[in-house]
Design a protein around this ligand. Structure first.
Ligand code: OOG
Ligand code: NI
Length: 457
């Protein structure tokens, strides 16, 4: 059967990411400001640094950069999560990674839905960090039941969206017209609804258990809570945010500034205080009818680390956070962080040699012109001879400590409880109805595919 009557999932994802961005611009005008600011900074960086521009051309990152976003949502039930998994699959987005945030006092566990292949990532790397509320972490049994009952009643997908998901699964794709309808219908799930589904009293009870519980349980759907553009210079972007009077988070999460960026650095601005209408019988009084749900975030992405590199990152980050005993708070944190990371190699040759990061290999023009010289030479010899290039493979995932910091700052900052519960990947996968893929396996594959191209000629 021919499949060209179907739109590619990559195109559906691009349409959806674009539609989401347009919607969020009207919902949160400050998002538009951030997107414009990031675009200006990226242009300036690429103009000032032609070798970076060439590198991003080689790795297909330059074309995608202007479209590149991640979003985040939080859902309440296994059924919601499983259906989201099916909805994202229509757009070529699959669950990668397991994140346990209960250790940081946030009663959720999460995955990232994202594309996985080099072609799909180059087309549009749109990702959605998706968290499932862990009701079992609510101590008060009566409140837990109330929350479960409220969640069981809501329907977060439109009938048409559900029908189109089933159709795509049955037929193996969607036609152009159906793909466009699908995007419009899918968007409804992520829209902000200013009407709470519960009384003000119930809202307060859930809010007192944890702000996040109220955020997930009291609304009609899992509103997108931020949409993050990718900057090439987060320090410049952070300074520009502050200069424009945007209330940015004090600390940039992730590694310190480096010559060779690794993983992910992120900063956010505080959540908006939004008016919420509660069902009648519980008229809001004073500022009671408000909720903080949506915030802004920008990020800079760098080299994807191997397990060995990641272990070193985790160790050094813990060291920086523990020294001084103040976590990531305190004025001297950037200094402590930079000091801890002194021992993390900061040139690509060493990072490659020590097996700390993943690279994308390709023949240079000279290598393509001279297959005989390329022969069976090892990759490092080809690089030394100018016959091959090695460019960093960009990190497409998230960091649990950073994510926890971002949750915290947007939940009001001071909320510092830890749950006794531990990671429960099995329960998460059971709720999702499938396994989450190992991020390292994906980077490993991307690197291996690029190495194979050296010999293809
Ligand atoms: C998700 C926070 C995590 C990130 O970039 O680490 C996240 C949330 O607040 O729902 O988006
Ligand atoms: Ni985020």
């Amino acid at each position: 059967m021919s499949t060209d009557r179907f739109v590619s999932p990559d195109d559906i994802r691009s349409l959806f990411a674009q539609a989401m961005s347009t919607m969020y611009r009207t919902e949160v005008p400050l998002y538009g400001t951030l997107v414009d600011l990031v675009a200006e900074i990226n242009d300036a960086v690429l103009t000032a640094d032609p070798s970076l521009a060439e590198q991003l051309d080689r790795t297909d990152e330059r074309a995608r950069l202007g479209q590149e976003r991640h979003g985040a949502i939080r859902v309440g039930t296994a059924e919601e999560l499983a259906t989201l998994g099916r909805l994202f699959a229509v757009m070529g987005m699959h669950p990668v990674g397991y994140y346990d945030l209960s250790v940081a006092g946030v009663p959720v566990h999460s995955t990232a839905f994202r594309p996985r292949t080099a072609t799909a990532l180059a087309h549009n790397p749109f990702r959605v960090f998706t968290s499932l509320l862990r009701l079992e972490l609510i101590e008060d049994a009566a409140l837990r039941d109330t929350a479960a009952q409220i969640l069981a009643r809501r329907r977060i997908f439109t009938d048409t969206a559900l029908a189109l998901i089933a159709q795509a699964e049955r037929d193996g794709g969607l036609s152009d017209a159906d793909a466009r309808r699908f995007v419009i219908e899918a968007l409804e799930t992520f829209r902000w609804h200013g009407d709470a589904t519960v009384s003000l009293d119930t809202y307060h009870a859930l809010h007192d258990a944890h702000r996040l519980i109220a955020d997930v349980v009291c609304f009609r759907g899992p509103h997108i809570n931020h949409l993050t553009p990718r900057t090439l210079d987060i320090d410049a972007a952070q300074a520009a945010m502050l200069a424009r009077g945007i209330d940015a988070k004090a600390v940039v999460e992730g590694p310190p500034p480096r010559r060779c960026p690794i993983l992910l650095r992120q900063t956010s601005f505080k959540a908006l205080q939004e008016t919420v209408h509660f069902p009648s019988g519980a008229a809001p009084s004073g500022d009671a009818g408000t909720h903080t749900a949506r915030f802004g975030e920008i990020e800079q992405r760098g080299l994807a680390l191997t397990r060995k590199g990641r272990a070193l990152y985790d160790r050094l980050l813990a060291q920086a956070r523990d020294s001084g005993g103040a976590g990531s708070t305190g004025q001297d944190y950037p200094t402590r962080l930079a000091a801890a990371f002194q021992v993390f190699p900061d040139d690509h040759a060493t990072l490659r040699r020590e097996g700390l990061g993943y690279y994308r290999y390709a023949l240079t023009a000279a290598g393509r012109a001279d297959p005989a010289a390329v022969g069976e030479l090892p990759a490092e010899a080809l690089i030394a001879a100018g016959l091959a290039s090695a460019d960093p493979i960009v990190y497409e995932d998230f960091l649990p400590v950073s994510a926890a910091g971002i949750f915290q700052s947007n939940l009001g900052g001071e909320e510092q409880r830890a749950y006794a519960a531990h990671a429960n990947r099995d329960a998460f996968e059971q709720a999702l109805g499938m396994q989450v893929e190992d991020e390292f396996a994906i980077y490993e594959r991307l690197q291996a595919e690029s190495l194979a191209t050296l010999r293809a000629a």
